[in-house]
Ligand binder design. Structure first.
Ligand code: PAF
Length: 282
């Protein structure tokens, strides 16, 4: 596996692969890898001839009160996992390579970035959209793979790719869960044993909604959201939001249909913010 730190070298490598007709995929990550990331790489492998994994903790998507400075750095472990998963290149630029001192451009996917996580994390999705645009430009992939756990991010990136006329197929890979249902996340390592138990409320709320729908056939959106609130409260977590939205537009649904997604964010303890989501009707 080639480790690439400069954009120029990355662009050159990707260009050489393209010239020989190879399909290139990109898996953007911020490191601190878990099984979920490995499944993204696996999806990328299946969809292309060459896999580029990027590892860049993007300062632009963290606000001042977030965990950029303490975001876990496990480069040795991560690069070994990436190599063992069959990636061909690891693009891991230093911050100065991505953001020069005079950097001043921002990509905003306006409507889709406003609600849900965008409300609690102002500027976050501009940071994501900007860095993903740069990663697309530097790696020039045919395919890019993102996790469905960050559902809003996935929808925003699909819109960005369409709006900016990228000829890139965006693949949304299914959420990978622990045995007890907790969605895998780099931030799970912040959970102490009590927090780990409490974090199960996200999955519990999703399962409860699906079960209600299965049993009763029709259930009002408000009833499902009320029940979600109760489950999260009972577990001792703080609900940041729970919404039922259309999976393509993120517009709140008036009634449950085949495209309805329940998405929620909770705070466990003072600082661990976790998200999860699921389609309500399979
Ligand atoms: O999902 C993530 O890990 C990040 O938001 C991404 C897409 C790598 C951009 O920094």
């Amino acid at each position: 596996m080639k480790i690439v730190r400069s954009s120029k070298e990355m662009y050159g490598l990707s260009g050489r692969w393209k010239k020989t007709g190879q399909i290139i995929s990109l898996v953007p990550t911020m490191g601190c890898l878990h099984e979920g990331h490995l499944s993204l790489i696996h999806n990328a492998r299946n969809a292309s001839d060459r896999v580029i994994v990027s590892l860049f903790v993007n300062p632009m998507q963290f606000s001042q009160n977030e965990d950029f400075d303490s975001y876990p750095n496990q480069f040795k472990r991560d690069s070994e996992l990436i190599e063992n998963s069959g990636a061909d290149a690891l693009f891991c630029p230093p911050v100065e390579e991505m953001y020069s001192e005079t950097f001043q451009t921002r990509i905003t996917v306006s409507k889709l970035s406003r609600g849900m996580c965008g409300k609690d994390r102002p500027g976050h999705f501009d940071g994501v959209a900007t860095v993903v645009t740069k990663l697309f430009n530097v790696t020039d992939p045919d395919v890019a793979v993102f996790g469905q756990k960050d559902f809003q991010q996935l929808v925003i990136i699909r819109q960005l790719a369409e709006d900016l006329s990228y000829n890139i197929k965006i693949i949304g890979a299914p959420i990978v869960r622990e045995k007890d249902g907790l969605a895998m996340s780099s931030r799970n390592i912040y959970l102490d044993p009590e927090g780990r138990k409490c974090a199960l409320c996200l999955y519990e709320a999703i399962q409860a909604s699906k079960n209600m729908l299965r049993t009763l056939g029709e259930v009002a959106v408000e009833t499902l959201l009320e029940n979600t609130k109760k489950i999260v409260g009972r577990a001792g977590a703080k609900l940041e939001y729970a919404v039922i939205v259309n999976e393509f537009t993120l517009v709140p649904d008036d009634y449950i249909n085949n495209h309805s997604i329940l998405a929620l964010a909770v705070k466990v303890g003072d600082s661990v913010r976790l998200i999860d989501n699921s389609k309500l009707i399979a």
